[in-house]
Design a protein around this ligand. Sequence first.
Ligand code: TRP
Length: 326
Amino acid sequence: MKKLLKSLLCAVLLTTLLVGCGNQTNQGVTKVAVIQLVDHTSLNTIKKAFDEQMQALGYKEGENVEYIFANANGDNNTASSIVQDFKGKSPDVVVAIATPVAQASAPLAKDMPVVFAAVTDPITAKLTTTLEKPDKNITGTSDEVQVDKILERALEIDPDMKTLGVIYNKGETNSVTNIQKAKDFALKHNIKIEEVTITSLNEAQSAINVLTQKCDAVFSPNDNTVASAMNVVATACKKAKIPFYVGADSMVQDGGFLSVGITYDDLGKETANMVDQVLKGTDVSNIPVKVFKDNLKIFVNEKTMKELGIELPKNIQDDEALIIMK
Ligand code: TRP
């Protein structure tokens, strides 16, 4: 009897130990922690495509995967506390959607792999030293912005464009890189740049008012703060009859005039494929960052175009890559 009791005790102890350590051993349930910077059309698209692809890969919520999801609502302090919370929960992988939250999640990579989605410039953001061989236990997908291609279209539409306004958040590494590209382009084409920066939604209205007073056109890269303020910024540009060139399809959808770029569904899907690889044990250093820069489309918002009274030049009209958004 004593012996039986002893082995029973042992069994209980062993089970407790097993359940307590490691997550995948925990009844085969994988823990995936996801942090999204803010609710804007593009990041929501990425998250949705990611979720769907995870499902397709066989990760079923409530069966073999547990998601911990948090939205930082565009706030860095909120992002830090979310990351702190993730740390305590020891997920098998952390997924970070957009640059600022990928940067906030970077310290977690000491203990767990981090996969980012849509980080425009992972090297300047200090997430890895090289794209080919990630060296910080962090990898993911990147969305290169086609600044030259966008501004070339702008010049085709208005060859007399003399002053180009740029609006962005200086705190977003992803935008700083692209604004520099816009400045280089402007210099080459004898265009004057007028610059305004914003740090939050509240500043959008007064910032855009400054630009619409003195510019022939306005450009924003795929800046998360501007993308969250499209109803203000795009509306002001339309009112002033100024074309607003933007760094992402979603910003065209949300009232911007034209963009050249990728389709973010593909990027969200690929992020899930990378997470799957990590969960199956591939070392992060063997999963190169995937840069999305092929299969580019020209996105034009039809309503905005009509309000601006612009007619697209023939070469753009005839371009097979043209997508008119209704
Ligand atoms: N690339 C942005 C970043 O690095 C995130 C992003 C994805 C984005 N899609 C966008 C920003 C569309 C603005 C608009 O943070």
